[in-house]
Structure formats: C-alpha cells, structure tokens
Design a protein around this ligand. Structure first.
Ligand SMILES: [Ca+2]
Length: 308
C-alpha cells in the first residue's frame, strides 16, 4: 500500500464556545484529524492552523493539543492566517513558510478543511511550488445557487463557510490550476453521527473519548434545531484521502457567481454574495464528491474507532 504524504490545514475548534454569539463551534475537523492520525496509509508531514470556525490562536492551540496527545508520532504544528487574503497586502506566516519548505522536499496532498487562505497565500508567494501539490481536498461548493444546506427544521440556511470566509483563496487555486477536489455539503448531508455513535467513540482510545465528550454539546445544538444527529462535514474530505473508493465523485467545472445571500432570511435582493458553483458549464475543472458507498457509516466508525 502506497503511503500518501499529506499536510493538514484546519480551523480546528473542538470544544470551543462561539465568539460573539451563543453556542458551540464545529467539532468536525477533530474527526478528520483523528481519522488521519489512525490511518495506516498516510504520513502527516505537518499541520497548519487557520482562522474560520474559531480564532487563529484557539485553532493553533487545539492543533498543538491534538498533535501532542493523540498523534502516533510528533507532528509539527504551525500558526497560519488569522484573516482572509487581502490582495493589496499579502503577508506570509509560519504555516505558509513551513508548507513551502515541505513542498520543496516532497510532493504533498493537502487536506484544507478551513478557509483556503494559507494555500492561497502559498500560491501567490511561491508560484514555482504549485507543481509539488498533488491535490488539495476542500470542503465547499454546491451545484446550483438554489441548492442550500439547512440544519434541522427551523428554516435556517447554513453558510458555505470555508468558501464564504475567503472567496479569493479559492479563486487563486482555480486560476493557478492545481488539482482541486471538493467535498461539499451535498455529500456530508448524507452522513450522520448520533448519540449511539458518540457512546461507541467514548469506549475507545483517549482521542476518541476526548472527541466524544466535546461532541455532546455540539450534538445537543443540532437536536435543538430539530435534527436527530449532526453531519461530520470535514471527515468526508479526510475519508476521501485514506479510502477514495468509499466516496463517489464526478468531474465537474467550478465557477464563482454572485447571487442573493441564501443565509439571510426574507432577503429581498438586498444582500448578495459569491457562490462556488460546480456544473458541466463552469470554467475550472474540479473533482466533485457527492455520495458515499452504501455501508459508509460502518466504514467511517471503524476508521475512527480502530486502534492507533
Ligand atoms: Ca473545518
């Protein structure tokens, strides 16, 4: 079995309270990281933190915590961008420099499960390294502007957060033409984690217990919105890296289009935003992951529960 060299870029926020509004932050980056920590066919070269689900300092601290406590081997952790790319003032950071050094040594597959800011900065600062990137796997996109993702039954549409937080970073990747794979809400909305799954996780290793414990308030938040479990978005992207045969994809073309913002209730054409749309009619080739194999849930749980 070929060992894939991978880099994880994440806005890890497991257990964090939301900044400036009520509730808890996403736990899904933790599932993706733990799955990769346990996978036998990958070698994780580095982990970089990015802003997104939480602030950069918290994401960085949590990456250090997960790497120190739960990784088989020590994986270096770097602090990346704290805000979206400003094209008038593009600044590098520790994460971008470390990723550049790693790419000079070896080709890498990048799992970018936050805003793609660090990848965008890297491509602007080190365009000569683009051929060293085998593939970037991201969580973003949809087919049509009328497709939406809602949590539960209260009528609230969720943002396409990673894309919404840094449109420009995605644009840069597409224009450069590196191989991009998208695992959007279309695929993750077919996968559920519920209370029984958290019980199974809680019986496992220390990393599993930690994740299960911090997932309880997140699950409660989804149940409160009328759902019966939660969709572990980012783990679909990590699963694609370790076992692409479990993920069903098609080759499409991406493009950015401006439409009324679907997350604003009663939006009477006052608030607009960019959409990342994937169809046969777009401009930039992408691999679009949209479904899972029939016994996927069992495979996912096995990959999370197995011993390191
Ligand atoms: Ca994430």
């Amino acid at each position: 079995m070929e060992t894939k060299h991978i880099w994880i870029d994440t806005d890890l926020s497991v257990g964090m309270k939301r900044h400036k509004r009520e509730g808890y932050c996403d736990v899904d980056d933790g599932y993706a990281m733990l799955q990769l920590f346990k996978a036998k066919n990958v070698e994780i070269i580095g982990i970089s933190a990015v802003f997104g689900n939480t602030r950069i300092d918290d994401a960085f601290r949590l990456c250090q915590e997960m790497s120190t406590k739960f990784a088989k081997n020590q994986i270096p952790v770097y602090k990346g961008a704290g805000s979206a790319i400003d094209l008038s003032k593009v600044e590098t950071n520790n994460a971008v420099e470390a990723l550049a050094s790693a790419l000079k040594e070896t080709q890498l597959t990048i799992l970018a499960i936050g805003p793609a800011t660090n990848i965008g900065i890297l491509l602007l600062k080190y365009p000569e390294l683009q051929t060293q990137i085998k593939e970037v796997v991201l969580v973003a996109g949809r087919r049509k502007p009328t497709d939406y993702f809602k949590i539960g039954n209260q009528g609230n549409h969720a943002r396409d957060l990673n894309f919404d937080l840094d449109n420009q970073a995605f644009n840069i990747m597409f224009e450069v033409g590196i191989p991009v794979t998208l695992c959007p809400f279309e695929i993750s909305s077919k996968v559920w984690i519920g209370a029984d799954d958290l019980k199974k996780l809680d019986n496992g290793e220390a990393g599993n217990k930690w994740l299960a414990e911090h997932s309880l308030p997140w699950l409660a938040q989804w149940i409160n919105q009328g759902a019966t479990g939660f969709n572990p978005f980012d783990v679909l992207a990590s699963h694609y890296i370790i076992a692409p045969e479990d993920i069903i994809s098609e080759d499409l073309k991406a493009q950015l289009e401006i439409h009324p913002d679907d997350t604003v209730k009663d939006n009477n054409k006052e608030v607009f935003k960019n959409y990342l749309l994937c169809s046969n009619e777009g401009t930039f080739p992408v691999k679009y992951c949209h479904d899972v194999v029939s016994d996927y849930h069992e495979k996912l749980m096995e990959s999370l529960i197995k011993k390191s």
